[in-house]
Design a protein around this ligand. Sequence first.
Ligand code: FES
Length: 80
Amino acid sequence: MIIKVCMGSACLMKGSPEVSKRLVELVTEHGLSRFTTIKGSHCMGPCSDGVVVDIDEKRFTNISVHNVDDFFKKEILQRE
Ligand code: FES
């Protein structure tokens, strides 16, 4: 699984480094590190809907430090 977190300026302002850091923690806590790559991306397009995250080729918007745990549970744990 490849998780891309937008590191464009609008998403940076909305906390993409913290979102990315938390995703790394969650992936590690759940033993998914071997199967998962988390990387930053240049602007992915919909800046006003950041933070933008792609899981494989599926796009998610409005991810924040406040909802990233729920996002992880719903979109990553439940698909395993
Ligand atoms: S800065 Fe993230 S979509 Fe443009």
